[in-house]
Ligand binder design. Structure first.
Ligand SMILES: [Fe+2]
Ligand SMILES: [Fe+2]
Length: 127
């Protein structure tokens, strides 16, 4: 995957495919937020991102386990933190006063950063 001039492929096809799919969903989510779509339209897009991300994290942890990466524990903790973050925003959407739009407007950046900081560790370690 190429984005902002940065190659985000980790070299494991299943993981790269899932990253691609998640970014497609999160771009759609971000677009709906920036275009000020009503909450009822944003919510299912957030659900789709959260569901795809949860499944992906489970797959990624299973695939990475045999690689015994140095930052495996921190990486898994970061997965839990991100899922919690998405869940918290979903909760906040029940409250019209909460500034959930602001938080959702940089979801893509958060996911990019996660790949660069954590997922990339497996790039040179897979069989
Ligand atoms: Fe990850
Ligand atoms: Fe990942």
């Amino acid at each position: 995957m190429h984005s902002a001039g940065c190659d985000l492929d980790v070299g494991i096809p299943e993981i790269d495919r899932e990253h691609e799919a998640i970014f497609e969903l999160s771009r759609e989510l971000e677009r709906s937020v920036v275009l000020d779509q009503p909450r009822e339209e944003v919510r299912p897009l957030l659900s789709a991102v959260a569901a795809a991300t949860k499944t992906h994290f489970e797959n990624e942890e299973r695939i990475m386990a045999p690689l015994h990466l140095k930052n495996e524990d921190r990486h898994k903790a970061e997965h839990r933190r991100l899922l919690q973050y998405l869940g918290d925003i979903y909760e906040k959407m029940n409250n019209p006063q909460e500034n959930w739009r602001h938080q959702l407007s940089d979801i893509n950046d958060l996911l990019f950063r996660h790949i660069i900081v954590f997922d990339m560790e497996c790039k040179n370690h897979h069989p």
